[in-house]
Design a protein around this ligand. Structure first.
Ligand SMILES: Cc1cc2nc3c(=O)[nH]c(=O)nc-3n(C[C@H](O)[C@H](O)[C@H](O)COP(=O)(O)O)c2cc1C
Length: 190
């Protein structure tokens, strides 16, 4: 199984990375991380030129072209971000906006007919848990998976990271392990 991660934390050893490492270790197989704050090639913001309304692709020829290819080649996608002001982080949002050609497949009429691949979400918030703490990020990520026609397997959120690490939140660790098993199971079934 090949996993592609879209990773949105600028902190290389932060809580999001810890959650991600645990998930990847338990999924196994190959993986690649697209690190939004440390990209190999620049990714420009979407400028709503509407090229993708008629063409299956993006008019901006930059680092994103390689990511489109990697999305098609992987079996499983992990969307991972801290919450910044109720949403995912800025650099990751720039990448997500560049997936507009997937949304536009609805206009072009060439979106995949069936759900394919598996996808999941990891999010971290520093504040103690409160209602709708993760809603902003959840709407963005879930809509992206839907536009890509990717099967949503589940999400794990960790609150209170300003005070407690993953190690100190065993219930979150367990949810990550359960999520990993579901992903492995679904990919075995094909
Ligand atoms: C600019 C900024 C905005 C933040 N906004 C929120 C927020 O809206 N809700 C929340 O729970 N935590 C918020 N946080 C806290 C982060 O989610 C928290 O520090 C998290 O652990 C960062 O993830 P990382 O450890 O992977 O870097 C914010 C942090 C920053 C720097």
């Amino acid at each position: 199984m090949k996993t592609l991660v879209l990773f949105g934390s600028p902190r290389k050893k932060g809580h999001t990375k810890e959650m991600l490492d645990l998930l990847l270790k338990n999924i196994g197989g190959e993986y690649e991380i697209i690190d939004a704050y440390n990209l190999k090639e620049e990714i420009k913001p979407c400028n709503d030129c509407r090229y993708c309304w008629k063409n299956n692709g993006c008019s901006i020829k930059d680092g994103m072209q390689d990511i489109y290819k990697k999305i098609e080649e992987c079996d499983n996608i992990v969307l991972a971000s801290p919450i910044y002001f109720f949403s995912i982080t800025g650099k990751l949002k720039v990448i997500i906006d560049r997936f507009q050609p997937y949304w536009a497949s609805l206009l072009r009429g060439d979106s995949p007919k069936e759900y394919r691949k598996t996808g999941c979400i990891l999010m971290v918030g520093g504040a103690k848990a409160f209602e709708n703490q993760f809603l902003g990020g959840e709407l963005v990520f879930k809509r992206l998976l839907e536009d890509m026609k990717i099967k949503f397997v589940g999400e794990v959120t960790m609150s209170n990271s300003d005070r407690k690490s993953l190690e100190q939140q065993p219930e979150v660790k367990k949810q990550i392990l359960d999520l990993a098993s579901r992903i492995v199971e679904l990919n075995k079934m094909g």
